[in-house]
Design a protein around this ligand. Structure first.
Ligand code: PHB
Length: 562
């Protein structure tokens, strides 16, 4: 099953094969035609999600028109459908990926299970060494990241979860290649010949002087003998990495590769091997032992009826809603922990789709390289790593303020007052997570992290980054309460005469308050009663919408609070 974006016939333009609007697609020589049963609108939706991902999350409709070869009316219907699903936002003139779209990649990562089982060890190693540590899986002849424990440092490129790298320019690559078959090697040579500068890998700088194929075959032979591999600035000057394979306890095959990544200003490649490889090998041994002793996966409750769109009438959804696209994407979310291999019957049951509809969606996803037959014997299907090429990398970088901003904008427009988000900062931040007992004596502050101002001019000129004493603000009083954050807090005349502020907490996946949002108004405009009656419901809905996005975006990584 071809699964990298580079070399397979399902490359960027394959989806347009089935699109009557795109006659130029016939110029792509190697692409096989879509099977007759493939669902054309689903292929178009996948193409739009991929182009948005390659463009780092945002494109105008006309740029989408150009890059997909679809007609404008088609682009508009596809993006309207994705917007209805919460996968994109249509803001001003742009189409932007929204956090909800991360549920596609989450389905793959949950089904794979490796991130939940192994990332605690990767994170601990990153802390121990104070260097970035990553986990990657093979994606045919490429390498795709499934976890990143990143150190924020200058002078090095760092990759995102879902980014795809050509195997030969990485340290994990030769370790995976020790298991390649002849067709895999053939496929790899053909890809290099067709794209010597790696233009099909948007995450890496183009290779100006491609190394000869023999370099990689030699590195693979060495990796097989050594059990580890190095990357000495193969991606860019300065970037070095050392990698070791994590083997599946059942099959003994390489299930993923763990890497320690550094910069030549701190370590040479040889230094990485001498100084950090021992700690990496110790961690990998512990990871393999974790895999051996892991309890069986827990498939959550049966998820019947995922496809909520099927119940809604055409009228409710609007004429531009393309049901077959929404249904098809929903099929991907039927997979998850304990549901890594599903039969057609199980997919139909989990999604609430008819067998015929689910079958056509599976055929379409298989053609697009997103689903592969898992076990021909029991006729099951599984997601491929390529699912991460749908929206995941840009969304895996979002911070809490970025997640909150569109919701604050909406809130401010709705209530016609300014809305803000803040976090607690001060002596409590890192080592004293529960400042409650100390707030009477220590000067905790809040720091504004996002803001949506209305045209009404307030006396408080609060900007992002501004700090105020926590005790004088509604936001601060929420945050000072720590885990026992109250539902809402209203302040009157603080921190300035005439200001009224109503704040509610924003909780993370674990239910901890990580930030607070507020609406600020002027005493002359609203009584305390009208604040509670008119602002509170909108404020609570906004907090719930931010929390929902945060749960999806933060399922497999820590979302930075600032
Ligand atoms: C990374 O995790 O960013 C990484 C890993 C291995 C490489 C290069 C980069 O060879």
């Amino acid at each position: 099953m071809p699964a990298s974006t580079t070399n397979d016939p399902h490359g960027p333009r394959a989806a347009e094969q089935a699109a009557p609007e795109a006659p130029e697609a016939s110029e792509v020589p190697a692409a096989p035609a879509a099977p007759a049963e493939a669902v054309t609108p689903l292929l178009r939706g996948i193409a739009v999600l991929r182009r948005l991902t390659e463009a780092d999350g945002t494109l105008s409709p006309s740029a989408l028109e150009r890059s997909t070869g679809l007609a404008r009316a088609t682009v508009d219907r596809v993006t309207a459908t994705l917007a209805h699903m919460g996968y994109v936002r249509l803001t001003g003139r742009d189409v932007t990926l929204a956090p909800r779209a991360a549920e596609l990649g989450n389905a793959y990562l949950a089904a794979l299970r490796l991130p939940s089982l192994l990332s605690p060890r990767a994170d601990a190693l990153a802390d121990e060494l104070d260097e970035s540590v990553s986990l990657a899986v093979a994606d045919r002849d490429a390498v795709r990241f499934i976890h990143q424990a990143t150190r924020r440092r200058a002078m090095s490129l760092s990759f995102r979860i879902g980014d795809l790298l050509p195997a030969e320019r990485t340290a994990p690559g030769p370790l995976f290649a020790t298991e390649w078959t002849d067709p895999d090697w053939h496929h790899w040579r053909a890809r290099r010949a067709a794209d010597p500068h790696d233009t099909a890998f948007p995450a890496v700088p183009p290779s100006d002087h491609p190394a000869p194929d023999e370099d990689f075959t030699r590195r693979t032979t060495r990796a097989a003998a050594d059990g580890w591999a190095l990357d000495d600035q193969l991606i860019e000057p300065g970037l070095v990495a050392v990698s070791a394979p994590v083997r599946d306890p059942g099959t003994g095959r390489v299930t993923c590769v763990a890497s320690v990544v550094s910069h030549t200003s701190r370590h040479t490649a040889a230094g990485l091997r001498d100084d950090l490889l021992p700690a990496l090998l110790t961690t990998v041994a512990a990871m393999e032992s974790d895999l051996r002793t892991a309890p069986p996966p827990e498939p959550g409750p049966v998820r019947a009826g995922l496809a909520v769109w099927t119940g809604a009438s055409k009228h409710e959804l609007g004429r531009s809603f393309v049901e077959s696209l929404a249904r098809g994407l929903t099929v991907l979310t039927a997979f998850g922990e304990g549901r890594s291999a599903l039969t057609l019957t199980e997919v139909a049951k989990a999604t609430g789709l008819s067998r015929a509809t689910a079958r056509r969606a599976l055929i379409t996803h298989e053609y697009a390289g997103l689903i592969t037959p898992a076990s021909p014997a029991d006729r099951t299907f599984a997601l491929t790593p390529r699912v991460l090429s749908l929206a995941f990398p840009p969304l895996s970088r979002l911070s809490l303020p970025q997640i909150a901003q569109p919701h604050l904008d909406e809130l401010a427009a709705r209530v016609r007052e300014s809305a803000s988000m803040a976090v607690l900062s001060g002596p409590a931040s890192a080592d004293q997570p529960h400042p409650r007992t100390r707030h009477k004596t220590t000067p905790y502050e809040i720091q504004y992290t996002a803001r949506a101002a209305t045209t009404r001019v307030l006396s408080a000129h609060i900007t992002v980054g501004a700090r105020l004493p926590a005790r004088t603000t509604a936001l601060g009083r929420i945050l000072l309460a720590g885990p026992a954050a109250p539902d809402h807090v209203l302040t009157d005349g603080e921190p300035e005469a005439g200001l009224r502020s109503l704040a509610v907490p924003v909780h993370d996946r674990a239910g901890r308050p990580v930030a607070a949002i507020d609406v600020t108004t002027h005493a002359a405009r609203r009584t305390p009663e009208s604040c509670a009656a008119e602002l509170l419901p909108a404020l609570r809905e906004t907090a719930a919408a931010i929390e929902s996005d945060l749960r999806t975006a933060g399922r497999f990584r820590t979302v930075p609070p600032t």
